[in-house]
Unconditional design. Structure first.
Length: 397
């Protein structure tokens, strides 16, 4: 339940008791203080009970929230509760995971660079054999590339996945490590190898390091494709006053090229899952943060953000379960729409509250001065309730 509605419902309990108490006083005191007749006193007390009823106040929320949630669902944005619709309207920072979120999550193998007597086929064969059981998009790309080239894979043993870094294992008794440079601790690269890796990263490619028995035997370069509407979505968010950041586990030199291309305000690279959580918590100190992701590595960050948003088609089960709302068609252009809808919902609720309180004040004051009768009070009270309900239904458009 939205926090504002919880507040009003708590207020309603206190307000109702005050109204009843005032009504009891109105049934007793006016004949002595204002010289009203008893008939007039009872009649005005009855009108007061009708016009001071908080029905319109309570109805200011749920029609608006339910209409907003329904509108979003029709456009492929599934909110898991009205509270998240209200929260997203107050978001000031939007954090995107890169792979599978800003990009299509369908990377392509662009370069195979072997060293130390290996050729492209043997390097690809070894890498694909280790990655064969992985569900990571990059692993699937490497395996599919090997199959497309007719490479026969071998059985890998003792496989151990290192979240955010890569994978360890053995093939034919040889110890292998495949992944980011951070996985290859203690291994020194030659100046030529460093130059090649830096060149690939400057082109916006992710470099996969392949090590066998403590020797670097080559690089594989992977490049993902941006989603067609990524730049437009980021531009729309920034036009709305949002700060847009990108979180990724890849190297900073690679991701800065992509971040510049997309147009984000800031890039956080070389992140492990726990690092993403730390960044989200730090950003949350300056305002509410929406996190958009699709993978298992994103789930912790989705959980600690003010609003977690998962990709519906590309997202893993863990991400979908953790998120507060889901983009059913993986269309990140719906993120600006969702934030606008949240803002609009808050505006409509405030308008409804101001109108409901204003009508109550006018009717109560009119009652004290004899300006309305009971039928007019009923019409004014029920009319204000119906009006705020209809106002909330505007969000269906």
């Amino acid at each position: 339940m939205p926090p504002s509605q919880l507040f009003v419902e708590r207020f309603e309990g206190i307000y109702a008791k005050i109204v009843v108490l005032i009504a009891l006083l109105l049934m007793v005191l006016p004949p002595f203080l204002l010289h009203w007749t008893w008939d007039q006193t009872i009649y005005r007390a009855m009108i007061f009970l009708v016009v001071a009823s908080p029905c319109a106040l309570v109805s200011s929320f749920m029609p608006a929230v339910l209409s907003g949630v329904s509108n979003a669902a029709r456009k492929g944005v599934l909110f898991k509760g009205g509270v998240h619709l209200e929260h997203i309207g107050y978001v000031t920072t939007v954090a995107f995971d890169k792979t599978g979120t800003l990009t299509e999550g369908k990377p392509k193998l662009t370069d195979i660079i072997p060293f130390h007597g290996h050729n492209e086929e043997s390097l690809l064969k070894l890498t694909a054999s280790l990655e064969n059981l992985s569900e990571h998009p990059i692993a699937k790309t490497i395996v599919q590339s090997a199959k497309d080239k007719g490479v026969t894979l071998e059985k890998a043993n003792a496989l151990v996945a290192i979240p955010g870094l890569g994978i360890n294992g053995s093939i034919n008794g040889h110890e292998c490590r495949i992944g980011k440079q951070g996985l290859l601790q203690g291994l020194e690269l030659s100046s030529q190898e460093l130059t090649i890796a830096e060149r690939l990263e400057s082109e916006g490619k992710s470099v996969i390091f392949v090590e066998v028995d403590g020797i670097l035997i080559g690089f594989l370069a992977i490049q993902d494709v941006l989603r067609p509407n990524t730049k437009e979505a980021v531009r729309a968010l920034r036009d709305m006053g949002m700060k847009v950041v990108m979180l990724t586990g890849d190297r900073e030199s690679t991701e800065r090229a992509i971040g510049y291309q997309v147009g984000v305000d800031q890039v956080y690279a070389n992140l492990l899952p726990e690092d993403k959580v730390t960044i989200i918590k730090k950003l949350s100190e300056k305002g509410k943060v929406a996190m958009i992701g699709d993978g298992v590595n994103d789930a912790p960050a989705l959980a600690v953000s003010s609003v977690g948003i998962a990709m519906g088609a590309a997202g893993t089960d863990v991400a979908l379960e953790t998120a507060n709302l889901v983009l059913m068609a993986d269309d990140i252009s719906k993120v600006p729409f969702a934030i606008s809808l949240g803002r609009r919902t808050s505006e409509v609720i405030k308008q409804n509250l101001v109108f409901a309180i204003g009508v109550i004040i006018v009717l109560v004051v009119s009652n004290f001065f004899g300006g309305i009768n009971l039928p007019s009070g009923v019409v004014g009270h029920e009319g204000s309730t119906l009006t705020v309900i209809l106002s909330g239904l505007r969000l269906l458009r």
